[in-house]
Write a protein that binds this ligand. Structure first.
Ligand SMILES: *Cc1c(COP(=O)(O)O)cnc(C)c1O
Length: 432
């Protein structure tokens, strides 16, 4: 029997996270303070988990994963399998190209985001904090953090952009079931929220406002910390568990990827699978290419400029050197809401700058994306998140290109999440 699933035994769960910083061709440009306003670094020092800030700056290539976090990962179903997409290959009539996919959709709340949520919750508890605070846009990060807080016996406060809070009933229910306090933002919990509500009682909110509310809450409650779900180095570090498992699984499969494909909004699932492989490429231990799949609604790596910019709309973060569209840029709505972010993580941006990572952006109507998701469901049998469907779209396109050129190629796609809470989007896009 030719195997189509490559599972890693529980006791082979990686014991260290991988940090690519010491392997980069040039030192990573450090964060900078803006010219105006208070020190953003001091502010983050007051509101964030200290261990995470320490990891943010670390130049150690390997960072041990505490025993307790490994146990939390196993509780959450890690290691996750790698699949060979034999049925999709057959559907696409591939003879020379082999397709694989990594299963981050097999996650308690439906996305890879639990990998960093659990780590952040663990460190927060260790530092004596009782409450995790955050903002959420699409709702995946809010769900992941609610889950991690619940597992660790902590409180979770989520500020959720009202425009999304109002219609994503299922995700709201999930967060509340997990015991989180979920506020439509702007809310009455903060002074900025109260000010905005006084101007417009039905204010629809924005991610920038939700971030501001979360940070204000975290600053005012000394037993709470603010947690971020993407972009920052420590988030990508925690996510490296994805790629580290995948490296071992390809050894079991006795194969090796030529191309890694992932969707990219801020860069955490893409970085998670790609960075451990990219580290080996930079050390000349393997050859592999990397492709980030984006939306033309937020093509930060494709059309952005490589320069210093704020990480958030409300200008609370230090300036980070990133491929950015500008932190005040308006982006059209898409169903893959998690991909709507103005800039790509500094680590991914550095690799793009050195031409190690390439990117492609698909039209904002998402027709080609949902078509790919439907093909994937009908051949492989898994309903994936709209975001992850970008990776599958790009994987299919690259496979067909290689096949046409008569090239042998092994492509690995990262499936960042499942689509069971996105059926409304499927229904609308595929016109059922
Ligand atoms: C949040 C999210 C993304 C996008 O964020 P990245 O940091 O770019 O990974 C992609 N897929 C899913 C399922 C998500 O929840």
């Amino acid at each position: 029997m030719e195997k189509n699933q490559f599972s890693l035994p529980v006791d082979e769960l990686p014991t260290k996270w991988f940090n690519i910083i010491p392997h980069l061709p040039e030192p990573l440009p450090p964060p900078k303070e803006p010219e105006n306003g208070p020190s953003r670094m001091d502010f983050l020092g007051k509101t964030m988990v200290h261990e995470c800030l320490k990891q943010e700056m670390s130049t150690d290539p390997w960072i041990p994963i505490p025993e307790e976090i490994r146990e939390l990962y196993i509780q959450a179903g890690r290691p996750r399998p790698l699949y060979r997409a034999k049925r999709l290959e057959k559907y696409l009539k591939l003879k020379k190209v082999r397709l694989y996919y990594k299963r981050e959709d097999l996650s308690p709340t439906g996305s890879h985001k639990v990998n960093t949520a659990l780590a952040q919750a663990y460190y927060a508890a260790k530092e004596g904090k009782t409450t995790l605070v955050t903002e959420t846009g699409a709702g995946q990060w809010g769900s992941a953090l609610s889950y991690a807080a619940s597992i660790m016996g902590l409180k979770c406060v989520v500020f959720w952009v009202r425009a999304v809070y109002d219609w994503k009933n299922e995700r709201r229910t999930l967060m509340k079931l997990l015991g989180a306090e979920v506020h439509a933002s702007p809310s009455k919990e903060t002074s900025i929220g109260r000010t905005l509500l006084a101007q417009n009682a039905n204010h629809q909110g924005s991610l920038g406002i939700a971030v501001s509310e979360g940070l204000e809450y975290a600053e005012k409650h000394s037993d709470s910390v603010y947690c971020l779900g993407s972009v920052l180095n420590h988030v990508l570090l925690h996510q490296s568990i994805i790629g580290l498992e995948t490296i071992k699984q390809f050894e079991i499969a006795d194969d090796s990827p030529d191309l890694i494909v992932g969707c990219l909004g801020g860069g955490s699932n893409f970085g998670g699978i790609a960075l451990p492989f990219a580290g080996e490429v930079l050390q000349k231990k393997r050859e592999c290419k990397f492709l980030a799949a984006q939306s033309q609604a937020a093509p930060n790596l494709v059309k952005g400029e490589y320069r210093y910019d704020f990480g958030d709309v409300a200008e609370h973060t230090p300036l980070l050197k990133m491929y950015t569209l500008g932190h005040k840029t308006d982006m059209v709505p898409i169903k893959a809401d998690g991909l709507r972010y103005h800039a790509a993580a500094p680590l991914i941006s550095a690799l793009r700058h050195h031409n190690i990572v390439k990117a492609v952006a698909y039209p904002a109507d998402e027709k080609a994306i949902f078509e790919a998701a439907k093909i994937f469901l009908q051949t492989e049998g898994w309903l994936i998140a709209p975001e992850s469907s970008y990776a599958v779209r790009a994987g299919i396109d690259e496979a067909l290109k290689a096949e046409k050129a008569g090239q042998e190629k092994v492509i690995c796609m990262n499936i960042s999440g499942h689509g069971f809470l996105d059926l409304v989007a499927y229904k609308e896009k595929l016109e059922f």
